[in-house]
Design a protein around this ligand. Structure first.
Ligand code: SF4
Length: 371
């Protein structure tokens, strides 16, 4: 397991805003250069604070919106201020409608070796509901190009449990995705977040999320289907073709390995301390222009809080949690044997490992050891 830190860069820009999306991004692209300038100041602040990064993740927003010039500048900023291991995993999130052969060749020349493409669905009706900018055929052409340009390490992001989507329709999307032989699939449950337009429709009773039974059915059929095709279900929402293709970067979040997040709304973690940046691009730029850290708030986690967090994160992954993290609790013995009996967990090599059934209640498992 790698213990090098990971670097995340938040690119907070999108051409249009999807009505279900709660990630921070704005559509005023005129602020891109100011963001990049501010990012340079932020990188300088953390110059000597982290050892060599072995993962770099460009997320958003829509990082594939960056122009070649902006991408070159970003690369210069990162290379000037930070060290990277020779085998660094460099991931970029892309949208299908940004993909051209020229752009992919450029990304390859920039050292990008992993692509995560946000497709969400291969069904045009679902894409229309999500108000995505691409159609299924645009997504298919984009993935063909990714493969043609020699990127074998690419993942497809998909969503299930969308209002009106049947299980058959979802499985058809999975089948379409597998036809491209992706190395990785992220399959997220569609949620109606409060502060989004669709979240507001839900509050008004005009949009209804999938019920708990339906969610469970989608989850289990996804896991069963992908496992039958040889994928490793290594985190509640993530599947990899081989262990090597699991996201090195995302595993840092789940395993409490230090990471630095640059850009608006980015989170960082080191030595039990977590801090996060202002969400607004303007506020972020103002702070850095004034020579201040763009940090909105921070927290130092006590050993007990860290332990609890390890449980919450660990029970969502196939690595599970160390027995030692729960064995001191009075309810330990009875809870563990009950969960083993009900086949929610197994115990292997001094670790409690969630089963597929355990993943379904991953967020509740830690508390069962404490209540
Ligand atoms: S889903 Fe992706 S493209 Fe849509 S608004 Fe969110 S970050 Fe932007």
């Amino acid at each position: 397991m790698s213990s090098n830190p990971g670097l995340y860069v938040h690119v907070p820009f999108c051409k249009t805003k999807c009505p279900y999306c709660d990630f921070y991004s704005i559509t005023d692209l005129s602020l891109m250069d100011a963001w990049l300038k501010a990012l340079k100041h932020e990188a300088a602040i953390y110059r000597d604070e982290f050892s060599a990064f072995d993962s770099l993740y460009l997320g958003g927003g829509t990082p594939s919106l960056l122009s070649y010039q902006q991408m070159e500048t970003l690369k210069d900023i990162l290379r000037t201020h930070f060290d990277f291991t020779p085998d660094v995993e460099i991931t970029i999130e892309v949208n299908p409608d940004d993909m051209t052969r020229e752009k992919l060749k450029f990304l390859e020349s920039m050292g990008v070796n992993r692509i995560s493409i946000g497709v969400q669905s291969f069904n045009d009706e679902v894409l229309t509901f999500l108000k995505r900018r691409h159609t299924a055929s645009v997504a298919e052409k984009a993935i063909d190009l990714i493969r043609l340009c020699g990127f074998s390490n690419f993942g497809i992001d998909l969503m299930y449990g969308i209002p009106g989507q049947t299980e058959d329709c979802w499985l058809e999307t999975l089948r379409c995705a597998l036809a491209f032989q992706p190395a990785h699939l992220s399959c997220y449950q569609f949620t109606l977040e409060e502060r989004t337009p669709y979240g507001r429709l839900k509050a008004e009773g005009k949009l209804h999320p999938a019920g708990e039974c339906e969610e469970k059915r989608f989850f289990l059929s996804t896991s069963d289907f992908l496992k039958s095709k040889g994928f490793i279900h290594y985190e509640v929402s993530n599947f990899a073709k081989t262990q090597k293709r699991e996201s090195r970067h995302n595993k840092k979040y789940w395993q409490h390995i230090p990471y630095l997040g640059l850009g608006p709304a980015a989170h960082s973690f080191k030595n039990g301390m977590r801090w996060w940046n202002h969400r607004s691009v303007e506020r972020y730029c103002q702070a850095l222009t004034a020579g201040e850290k763009p940090v909105e708030a921070s927290e130092t986690l006590s050993p007990e809080q860290l332990r609890l967090e390890r449980l919450f994160l660990g029970f969502r992954t196939k690595g599970g949690v160390p027995l030692d993290d729960v064995s001191g609790n009075p309810k330990y013995d009875s809870t563990l044997s009950r969960l083993k009996q009900s086949r929610h967990v197994t115990v292997r090599k001094n670790r409690i490992i969630p089963t597929q059934k355990g993943y379904l209640i991953a967020d509740r498992l830690p508390l069962m050891f404490f209540d």
